[in-house]
Design a protein around this ligand. Structure first.
Ligand SMILES: [Fe+2]
Length: 258
């Protein structure tokens, strides 16, 4: 599904044209230069052939995907990374903290063991470790063809989470992983590497960035005035409250498959 020219959502867990698997996050494909693409997040890895078919349809050749950027180490975002890296030849990119866990396929470290025990994944679901080719650090600016891509450290949902920001077609785009969603919802989990205080700082940082389009890891993309959604989360934190939970919002919207 084309969100804006050159930018596509290719997966999702919601019913509709981008549905791919109940456990997939949203994955986004960006043509940053003619014939050169970057993929953001890899899905849970239960339906990689379908992802490749969709990528092939949009790119003409899956090997035109040069980068696979990973927002964080949770299984619904990285489960397909190893297979996608093999099939596309893309360079995988993650923060140093996440890279360590992803390469090791550390099911405890990435929270998969706990999530599976909590019923968040099928009992037989496993992930494959994936080599990370490049590390991305806070404040770095990557040159992709003629485009600049900013790396932002955005911990809170989990340690090592990063977001990606760039300008295109007169819009400032943010791929936020599971950091912030429509309506200013957040994903605070009862896992050891989830931090409310870091979350508050992350939302305050994002609130300064005049984001037009928010491309989150779940629910829908916001294509206009996304900073208003982020600001709602900021207001809640400023009032010493906790913003609405993404999980509760998804349930209210009837879009919680799990
Ligand atoms: Fe996550």
């Amino acid at each position: 599904m084309e969100l804006i020219p050159g930018l596509y959502q290719i997966t999702g867990a919601d019913s509709g044209p981008v549905y791919s698997d109940d456990y997939d996050c949203n994955c986004y494909l960006w043509e940053y230069e003619q014939g050169e693409f970057a993929l953001f997040d890899a899905g849970a890895g239960r339906n990689v052939p379908e992802l490749l078919r969709r990528i092939d349809k949009l790119t003409g050749d899956v090997r035109r995907v040069r980068y696979l950027f990973l927002t964080h180490h949770h299984a619904d975002h990285i489960g397909g990374a190893a297979a996608l890296r093999r099939e596309t030849g893309a360079l995988t990119v993650a923060s140093a903290h996440c890279a360590h866990l992803i390469e090791a396929g550390d099911e405890q470290g990435i929270g998969l063991e706990a999530a599976r025990n909590a019923g968040g994944y099928p009992p037989d679901y496993r992930i494959e470790g994936c080599i990370i080719d490049r590390l991305a650090g806070d404040g770095e600016v990557w040159q992709l063809g003629c485009q600049k891509l900013w790396i932002l450290s955005t911990p809170g949902h989990c340690r090592g989470a990063i977001s990606f920001l760039w300008d295109m077609s007169g819009k400032r785009i943010l791929v936020s992983g599971d950091t912030v969603f429509q309506g200013g919802a957040i994903s605070l989990l009862s896992l050891p590497d989830c931090s409310l205080s870091e979350y508050k700082e992350t939302i305050a940082k994002l609130d300064t960035m005049s984001i037009d389009a928010l491309l989150p890891g779940h629910l829908g993309a916001i294509l206009k005035r996304a900073s208003g959604h982020i600001h709602k989360a900021k207001i809640e934190f400023d009032k010493l409250r906790i913003p609405i939970s993404f999980y509760h919002l998804a349930t209210i919207l009837g879009r919680n498959n799990l």
